[in-house]
Write a protein that binds this ligand. Structure first.
Ligand SMILES: [Zn+2]
Length: 447
């Protein structure tokens, strides 16, 4: 194990900041030595954790640093008053950056998504390297050069720099809550549909496609083929594969300089929940939300693959778009205080008559070829559902505490929160979004 990842780290050494990923039982006991070999003097660290991750691994990390006589301080991050969950927002990034600045220390994140993102963003702002000790294989951001941070209430993916060292101690990862393990697996399944959005966006808005990046993200997901039950049972080899796959997936983002190939409409589904349904996201996990988004997206793709441009009346599509002023008012009503950030994203994809006409004409002329590409890139909904179920991830929106009306609403509005073209945008432009969204949600729970 580990060769695929090690080879990639070597091959892309010039393009990625990560020098080493260690995934093995008892890895934390080697932490001191690893830090010494990957960081220059003076080596002072700021251990960042929250109450849960401190319990999971913080103490073991502190002992490992003491054993090697590495000086460190600790910062336990706390949720905002009245919130149960820690959110990676600008307040935490600033708080972390301030402590790093004061102490002159390097960040040593002990945690999963939130702690890693906060430490990554704060370290990047100060132009300092950092390291992370993973407490749960719950998402693929370990080795990515992007930090997901909530800015003005909107989850943004900020350019950043990956950690120099990632330590995944299998003894610690095996104790991670079951739902976090399922979440990590589900975050990876996004690739099965996001690859379709990536092709679509490249063909219709020219946003770029890179077969090399596609190969890397494929290598990640292939590592888990047939290991779904092992993941649910948290068997050591399955967790090792999961953690390696998550790191390869993150690395593919660092190589691409973007997350477009593994983050499309299914991630917008999750980001929309974080933004607009805090009562859901407060008790949920990114990956679990993404898994349900992936099933929705796969259902939308099944509709698109059955669709034919013979049914398309381009002039009618253009004529039926509401005038911008009306649309702006609708966005203001729906998104309230978040409307101005949303409007900034919406206006970044031009939809005025001539631009939309050109895009739809392109869709028609490319369709036979594009349809084939999409059919190859996107996995069938039933297959994804089976994998998610076996891996212990949710397969029904009700498991997130959403009702059908909310789920449809998410699909109808999520395209507006980001300027990345996806099937949600295309479906809206060809006048099918409302119908396809209802159909996609109606298919949950059906045999
Ligand atoms: Zn994700």
């Amino acid at each position: 194990m580990g060769e695929v990842l090690d080879n990639l780290l070597e091959r892309y050494a010039e393009r990625v900041a990560t020098r080493r990923v260690v995934i093995e039982p008892g890895a934390v006991s080697r932490l001191g030595a690893l830090l010494k070999s990957h960081f220059d003097e003076p080596r002072k660290f700021l251990v960042l954790a929250d109450a849960n991750t401190w319990d999971a691994a913080g103490r073991a990390v502190a002992s490992a640093l003491e054993a090697e006589k590495l000086p460190f301080q600790t910062l336990i991050l706390e949720p905002r008053r009245g919130q149960a969950k820690l959110h990676p927002d600008e307040r935490l990034v600033e708080q972390t950056a301030e402590r790093l600045r004061e102490t002159g220390a390097l960040g040593l994140a002990v945690g999963a998504g939130t702690i890693n993102d906060v430490t990554k963003a704060a370290s990047f702002n100060l132009d300092r390297p950092y390291a992370v000790v993973a407490t749960a294989p719950s998402m693929n951001g370990w080795t990515s050069a992007i930090a997901a941070v909530v800015v003005n209430g909107l989850k943004m993916t900020l350019s950043s720099r990956a950690p120099v060292l990632v330590v995944g101690d299998l003894d610690i990862l095996a104790r991670a809550p079951e739902r976090m393990v399922g979440a990590g697996f589900a975050d990876l399944t996004a690739k099965w549909v996001a690859a379709g959005d990536w092709r679509l966006a490249d063909r219709l808005v020219g946003s770029g496609y890179d077969p090399e990046v596609e190969e890397i993200s494929k290598a990640a997901i292939e590592l888990l083929d047939g290991w779904e039950e092992g993941v649910a049972e948290r068997r050591p080899e399955a967790l090792e594969r999961l953690m390696e796959a998550l790191c390869i997936s993150g690395l593919s983002m660092a190589v691409a300089g973007s997350s477009a190939h593994i983050s499309g409409a299914e991630h917008l589904f999750s980001h929309y929940i974080d933004m607009m349904l805090p009562e859901v996201s407060e008790r949920e996990l990114h990956g679990r939300q993404v898994g349900i988004g992936t099933l929705c997206s796969a259902a939308l793709y099944e509709q698109l693959l059955r669709w034919s441009p013979d049914d398309l009346d381009i002039e009618a599509c253009i004529a039926s778009r509401p005038p911008w002023e009306m649309r702006r008012k609708a966005i203001e009503r729906h998104f309230g205080h978040l409307a101005s950030v949303v409007i900034g994203q919406v206006t970044a994809i031009p939809t005025e008559g001539p631009k939309l006409r050109a895009r739809l004409e392109r869709l028609v002329s490319l369709w036979p070829e594009l349809r084939e590409e999409l059919a190859e890139a996107v996995a069938p909904r039933a297959l994804i559902e089976e994998k998610l179920r076996k891996a212990g991830a949710p397969t029904h929106y009700g498991e997130l505490g959403l009702d059908g009306r909310q789920a449809v609403e998410i699909l109808e509005w999520a395209g507006d929160i980001r300027n990345r073209y996806t099937i949600l945008h295309l479906a809206a432009e060809i006048g099918r979004l409302q119908w396809w969204a209802r159909d996609a949600i109606g298919r949950f729970g059906q045999k």
